[in-house]
Design a protein around this ligand. Structure first.
Ligand code: IVH
Length: 677
């Protein structure tokens, strides 16, 4: 095949396969057999491999992924991605309607009610009908360019058809439909991983995967609801949605024209009941003024337009039977009661377990085993019990007796002043606490020892090779070789020399982890990543930190009394001090790098241009490095930010703009560092 033929055949196949895909995924119509489709797709793949110069960005071969993103480029939105005001009652919607009517006077208008899709907001740019960019909301001004991942979503058209505008943006929500989400979670559980709490989190995590082939496997979907651009056709919102549908977009059919509050109320009531039957999650409805020319008149508040508002549904609630109660011991010893329920369908999943909060709430609700209880889903994976149906209570029911001793190690439970939970204080001898502390210590955001997962840590502990985190640094190769472990595929194997060397190497490498992450890894209650960062940059080293008084600790920005007391009491425990000494002797970092003040800019690359008010040119470079950032001289797609002073060079400006690299001012930079006041 010669070049001209190849180019033509590639274009032809791309067009043809995109049409088949569209009919299949959007209209449920198979125009050809799977076999024939695959044959054509293979032909296209072969040609694209041989003649990569002719492969089109709209090619259906992009659907299977293959591009690997190391990090996602930050892109500035052409139009900011706004959010909507939230309401929770019909009264608040009536207030919204009154405000709109006050501004519009006697002008005629109507509303469009739509479902509020519970997913990840996305902006899709189409140039000459081809999808060129897909960007997440981010902070509303800038988001992540996740185009390669988005191309794998079959219902997002790569090429439009019909009379579309030359350059515009389509906005919508990427969702994880229940069926795909539940299958995905089952797979996670089968792999020994934690299930994801809800489809929104799972969709968001999927879109940030580095390997687009993995995204392609997830069966994400997309609901589009908004068009942006200059000189767009149609002057009603519904009219635009209809146009978009004709060009090939997936526009859900749930939108409805409503003329007054009563019709809006009916829409809400209908979907509040019916939403559990939808194939995806929705958390409310969105009400928009339909006539687009009126939007400008209605204008904006600080964050959201005045021509639209969201109404949030109350959490779904179902009744089921409480079969028994288990008690789980957390990392810090806190005991959580967990209810075992008669399985019940709630918001897209079958619920078997629910949180019972703590002893106080159990007694306030007077929940008893055998009761019919009401269950609701919050943002977490475990739903909560929110009430009891007393009319269903069995005659012989007994008040619930809370446990007095740790279910794992038998230590009497204590209750700390002002706290609702009961604690097991046997931190050094209670198995789930020890294991959870080890897990936190090796986790990615802490010491990042990725050769040690839960199974291996448990095995090392059970073999008495480690009692606490410090022991990891005194492990020897010989102790590891021959130990039996369970591999990812669930098969048993014994650690060979290479495996042992990898474990030791990862432990060794973790000695380079900066002080603030070491501090986080220690697992001091209430000291999260941010708290550890603040404490590390304030006290600079562990000695100063361990000697600080509660008042000195509480004086640190963002460190309240609760954290201060927790840190103080942690360092008053001899067992903890012993761990710190042994970790120190092993060579872990217990002070900030000489020059490094914080790691706020860790992983970010800057190009500096222009003249600054508070810094010399060298001064600002040094400042960036002191906060963990890197300074390079020329702009590339890898640059995170261009820091622009007065009189920034025009060439740099042009380059930054063409690559979509965010340009920040000196003030924005100082805000980023937290030094602007
Ligand atoms: S319209 C300027 N319509 O909810 C208004 N948003 O809380 C643009 N959302 O930012 C948004 N379903 O991420 C609109 N049918 C829908 C929606 C919807 C979900 C999301 C979207 C929005 C947020 C507002």
């Amino acid at each position: 095949m010669d070049y001209t033929e190849a180019k033509q055949r590639i274009a032809e196949l791309t067009e043809q396969l995109n049409r088949y895909n569209y009919e299949y995924y959007m209209n449920d119509t198979s125009l050809i057999s799977d076999f024939e489709f695959d044959k054509l797709l293979e032909e296209l793949m072969r040609l694209e491999k041989e003649f990569p110069q002719y492969a089109l960005p709209t090619s259906p071969t992009k659907r299977v992924g293959g591009e690997v993103n190391k990090s996602f480029r930050q892109v500035t939105h052409r139009y900011p991605m706004l959010s909507l005001g939230n309401t929770y009652s019909v009264e608040e919607i009536t207030e919204f309607d009154t405000r709109v009517r006050n501004i519009l006077g006697d002008r005629q208008f109507s509303y469009v009610c739509e479902l509020k899709y519970d997913g990840v907001a996305i902006g899709l740019t189409y140039k000459d009908g081809a999808l060129t960019q897909a960007v997440t909301r981010g902070n509303g001004v800038q988001g992540d360019d996740i185009t390669d991942n988005v191309r794998t979503i079959r219902t997002i058209p790569l090429q439009l058809h019909g009379d579309y505008p030359a350059d515009f943006e389509m906005r919508g929500e990427i969702i994880f439909p229940w069926e795909a989400f539940n299958a995905f979670n089952e797979q996670r559980v089968a792999n020994g991983e934690e299930p994801m709490a809800n489809p929104r989190n799972a969709a968001s995590g999927s879109l940030k995967l580095q390997d687009s082939r993995e995204v392609a496997k997830r069966r994400l979907d997309c609901c589009l609801y908004f068009m942006m651009g200059e000189n767009l056709p149609a002057d009603t919102h519904l009219g635009r949605l209809e146009m978009a549908r004709q060009w090939g977009f997936k526009i859900p059919q749930y939108a409805k024209l409503c003329r007054n509050i009563d019709e809006i109320r009916q829409y809400i009531e209908y979907w509040d009941k019916k939403r559990s039957e939808l194939p995806f999650a929705t958390d409310g409805i969105v009400i928009k003024v339909n006539e687009i020319p009126l939007w400008d008149e209605l204008g904006m508040t600080a964050k959201s337009p005045r021509w639209a508002i969201a109404y949030k549904f109350e959490a779904e609630r179902v009744a089921t039977k409480l079969l028994s109660v288990d008690f789980q011991v957390g990392r810090t010893g806190v005991v959580t009661p967990v209810a075992n329920l008669e399985p019940v369908w709630l918001g897209g999943t079958t619920v078997k377990r629910a949180s019972l909060h703590n002893a106080d709430i159990i007694s306030q609700l007077d929940v008893r085993v055998g009761d019919t209880v009401f269950v609701e889903k919050g943002g977490e994976i475990i739903p909560k019990i929110v009430g009891v149906d007393l009319s269903q209570r069995p005659a012989n029911s007994q008040p619930f007796k809370y446990i007095t001793h740790c279910p794992e190690c038998g230590t009497p439970l204590v209750r700390k002043e002002g706290e609702a939970g009961f604690y097991c204080t046997n931190e050094t001898g209670c198995y789930p606490q020890i294991l959870a502390n080890l897990e936190l210590f090796v986790s990615r955001k802490a010491m990042n020892i990725d050769t040690l997962g839960t199974e291996r840590l448990a095995m090392l502990y059970n073999k008495k090779l480690i009692r606490n985190v410090a022991d990891l640094y005194y492990l020897k190769m010989e102790q590891l070789i021959g130990l039996e472990v369970i591999e990812n595929d669930k098969r048993k194997a014994s650690i060979q020399e290479k495996g042992a060397a990898n474990i030791i190497a990862a432990i060794e490498e973790s000695k380079q982890v900066p002080f603030e992450r070491v501090l986080y890894a220690l697992g001091i209650r209430y000291v999260g990543e941010v708290g550890a960062k603040k404490l590390a940059s304030h006290f600079k080293n562990i000695d100063a930190l361990s000697q600080a008084t509660v008042e000195e600790l509480a004086a640190v920005e963002d460190v309240g009394e609760v954290i201060a007391k927790s840190v103080h009491s942690w360092f008053n425990d001899l067992a903890h001090l012993e761990i710190v000494v042994r970790l120190k002797n092993a060579g872990l970092r217990f002070e900030l790098e000489d020059k490094q003040v914080s790691d706020t800019l860790g992983g970010k690359t800057f190009v500096v241009s222009g003249v600054f008010a508070n810094f010399s040119r060298d001064g600002i470079k040094q400042h960036i490095e002191q906060h963990g950032g890197k300074v390079v001289s020329s702009i590339s797609s890898k640059t995170s930010y261009v820091l622009a002073g007065e009189k920034m060079g025009p060439e740099k400006l042009k380059k930054a703009q063409s690559l979509g690299i965010p340009i920040i001012s000196e003030t924005e930079y100082l805000q980023m560092i937290g030094e602007f006041n």
